[in-house]
Write a protein that binds this ligand. Structure first.
Ligand SMILES: *Cc1c(COP(=O)(O)O)cnc(C)c1O
Length: 407
């Protein structure tokens, strides 16, 4: 018989979200009267912009005509879309040849792990979006979990004490550093000065930053950088992964992109961009042409306006949640609330309590599903993530229930 990939046996416990779903199902089964509202999984809820959906429908219909039909496209993506992304989001900071269109940021992160292989050292913000660590374990870049974290991974605590920006001195040279800003789950958005510190460190130590900018569209503070490439020196040390999932509600539609600078090199002087091109052409066959037509529609004046409105809607949800969590009942229990207004997550600390304990309490008393911070890494213990993805009426109802919670 064939031996199991040890990467899978090294993975401990269930993936976070299936465990959240399991507890929710179990609770619903024993409390059929409960009207459960989810502020848990970071999934978009609002309908697509009609303008953007129409562009995809039109493209799909044309595929049934001899003139409109096309089969495989360029694996790197539709050249018009690559050019538009370069122009709209990077304004001269990246060129089309550095932009690769994909089926999403998470899938790109998994492929990036193939690019660097099982020998690379890895550092992650702690807490972090699970795929950075779990994917590294699957590819063998990280080993077993000793209860404090996986072997081979450097955890960089990001807490209120350090303003959610990690102590970089713990990172060894030649390390792959995953950095997400605005952050999932903490909501923290790094400043230009903070990113400059990170870029300078990476260049000095031969590190490569995998910069996850999936929430760039939520940034409303004009002084905050929306891409790592706003920082001088980033082109020799960073890859950016990005996505239409959150700004356009494309979580189910699937469209993302990566930026791999031409200047970025491996230790032997070879081009990272060239190998990435190889990964995308060999292991990927291009994003759906219908969806890419939607991506192009996202990036004209009408599409951009629709995306901004959708993101504003979620940000308003976030403000509602954060203000209810600042209420007397939470304050009395010492709850600390972190909401930046530049990301969709409200991050709250419940001192002296375990994350799963608070998760169960809120589910039981308010019938509201949240996400336990400990599921994102050891430094997330005692925190809860509240997601602002939801219909306004559900958010209001959840807030009303939370306002009555006696902790
Ligand atoms: C939602 C999310 C993504 C997006 O992934 P897609 O595969 O593009 O849907 C990427 N990174 C983070 C941190 C996310 O929360």
């Amino acid at each position: 018989m064939i031996k199991r990939n040890t990467g899978f046996s090294n993975l401990t416990a269930g993936y976070l979200f299936p465990e959240v779903a399991r507890r929710r199902r179990e609770y619903a089964a024993s409390h059929p009267e409960a009207k459960i509202i989810s502020l848990g999984i970071g999934n978009t809820t609002e309908p697509l912009s009609k303008y953007i959906a129409d562009a995809m429908a039109e493209y799909a219909k044309n595929l049934a005509t001899p003139e409109g039909y096309s089969g495989y496209g360029d694996e790197q993506g539709n050249s018009a879309l690559r050019a538009r992304i370069a122009e709209v989001f990077y304004k001269g900071m990246a060129e089309p040849s550095e932009i690769f269109i994909s089926d999403g940021a998470k899938c790109d992160i998994a492929r990036i792990q193939t690019l660097f292989g099982s020998k690379v050292k890895v550092a992650v913000q702690d807490p972090a979006y699970p795929v950075y660590v779990d994917g590294s374990v699957v590819t063998g870049a990280a080993g077993k979990n000793n209860g404090k974290g996986y072997k081979g991974i450097t955890y960089l605590p990001c807490t209120p004490e350090n303003d959610f920006f990690p102590d970089l001195s713990k990172i060894k040279k030649n390390t792959l550093i995953y950095f997400c800003s605005p952050n999932n789950p903490t909501g923290a958005a790094a400043t230009k000065e903070q990113l400059k510190t990170l870029v300078d460190f990476a260049n000095k130590k031969g590190c490569i930053i995998i910069y996850d900018a999936a929430y760039f569209a939520f940034i409303r503070d004009p002084s905050l950088p929306k891409t790592i490439f706003e920082i001088p020196g980033a082109k020799t040390c960073a890859i950016e992964v990005n996505s239409f999932s959150k700004p356009a509600g494309f979580t189910g539609v699937r469209l993302g992109w990566s930026v791999v600078p031409n200047e970025l090199k491996f230790a032997d002087g070879s081009s990272v961009n060239r190998d990435w091109n190889r990964v995308m052409t060999t292991l990927f066959n291009g994003a759906s042409n219908i969806v890419q037509a939607g991506g192009i529609a996202c990036l004209d004046e009408h599409g951009l306006k629709d995306m901004t409105e959708q993101v504003d809607y979620y940000l308003e949800n976030g403000r509602l949640i954060s203000s209810v969590l600042k209420g007397e009942n939470f304050k009395k229990a010492g709850v600390e609330v972190y909401f930046t207004g530049n990301g969709p997550y409200v991050w709250a600390k419940f001192p002296g309590k375990k994350s799963w304990e608070v998760f169960d309490l809120i589910l039981d008393r308010c019938h509201v599903v949240t996400t336990p911070g400990s599921g994102f890494g050891p430094a997330g213990e005692s925190f809860i993530r509240f997601s602002s993805f939801g219909h306004r009426a559900d958010i209001e109802e959840a807030c009303s229930r939370l306002s009555k919670l006696d902790l």
